[in-house]
Design a protein around this ligand. Structure first.
Ligand code: FES
Ligand SMILES: [Fe+2]
Length: 345
């Protein structure tokens, strides 16, 4: 039986947004590719129905732009890099790092409309990231109070969650599921704050009660208590720290919306550079691989074990109030950033 708005289980203050209030493709940072993917040739891929291309200009700086040529729509990712320009494979129009067409073969000048949209981009830890908008509304996230240069990373691993990006990231505020899904019993109330208008953070101290092999391993070898901090930037970019006392785990989960309503999640794990000096580079790399495997499997299994959860603003209850506040915040970001409205789930 469906629930109507008048029968909603939350107070008016906790009224959850409509699906159409969320952006289908939020203004946030996303990972385009590995840095090495653009060393020799352009690299293009589709993110939520839009084709993005990355290449290096003559200064070796990464450039990310719309890959659909403004002339007749050919894919710039199939073109080539010439000096600081990317050349379209169809009629050879050459676009500079600012997106402006520099040369049209056989013509004295380029038409005014020959400008590709260029996206803010940044390289870090061997990845090329871009911001889905004209100007970044927040810097490329990292662990708060930590310096990126002090950390190492390896290529991400990913999985697809059968739900929307906002359902994926609502996990950070879903108090009920910490025990039922993760086997973590909260030892204190969930703390939630907004360290930036574009970041919402949750933090909790929990006892590890789960019976999965990974939980038993944590209890026996590392610690039976953990403080988890999750900071969700732009609604989609999760920066996660697990503090087990002597050991810490640090990773990103970048949610990339797919056009079928599902979400591609990229997991990027980090380790402090200092560990290389302590255990040596080979052992450090091995540890990064193990961390990546454990983290990705843990998250992938969680999502595959839930089927296809669906957002319903009318079926949330008072127990879900932190989730509702996250949904309100994520939908509000959409209007703050002037994004287009969600057409479908
Ligand atoms: S389609 Fe790109 S130059 Fe014609
Ligand atoms: Fe979860």
């Amino acid at each position: 039986m469906s629930v109507t708005r008048s029968e909603s289980h939350v107070s008016e203050e906790l009224r959850a947004p409509e699906i159409s209030d969320f952006s289908p493709f939020p203004k946030s940072w996303y990972r385009l590719c590995a840095s090495r993917d653009i060393d020799r040739t352009p690299f293009a891929r589709t993110v939520f129905n839009r084709r993005f291309v990355g290449y290096r200009n003559s200064n070796r700086e990464a450039v990310v732009m719309d890959a659909t040529c403004r002339h007749l729509g050919a894919d710039l990712g199939l073109g080539k890099v010439v000096g600081s320009c990317i050349e379209c494979p169809f009629h050879g129009w050459k676009y500079g790092s600012d997106g402006r067409c520099r040369e049209v073969p056989g013509a004295t000048s380029a038409p005014d409309f020959a400008v590709q949209q260029v996206f803010p981009c940044q390289e870090r830890h061997g990845s090329v990231y871009f911001f889905n908008g004209l100007e970044p509304t927040f810097p490329l996230p990292f662990f708060i109070d930590e310096v990126p240069q002090n950390y190492r990373s390896i290529d991400p691993r990913g999985f697809t969650a059968s739900c929307s990006w906002y359902m994926v990231n609502a996990h950070a505020f879903d108090v009920q599921h910490f025990l039922s899904v993760h086997g973590r019993r909260l030892l204190e109330p969930l703390q939630v704050d907004t360290p930036s208008p574009f970041a919402r953070r949750s933090s909790y101290l929990a006892e590890v009660l789960g019976e999965k092999y990974s939980d038993r391993f944590l209890r026996w070898v590392i610690n039976d208590r953990v403080r988890i901090t999750l900071t969700i930037w732009g609604g989609t970019f999760a920066v996660v720290t697990g503090d087990f006392g002597q050991r810490k785990s640090r990773f990103f989960v970048i949610s990339e919306p797919l056009s079928d309503g599902h979400t591609r999640c990229e997991v990027i794990v980090f380790t402090p550079r200092i560990s290389s000096r302590i255990v040596g580079p080979v052992a450090e790399r091995l540890m990064l691989h193990i961390r990546r495997w454990l983290t990705t499997v843990y998250l992938r299994d969680e999502h595959s074990g839930l089927g296809s959860p669906r957002y319903n603003p009318l079926s949330l209850t008072e127990n879900d109030h932190e989730m509702v506040k996250y949904f309100q915040w994520a939908a509000e970001l959409n209007s703050i950033q002037g994004d287009q409205r969600c057409k479908k789930h």
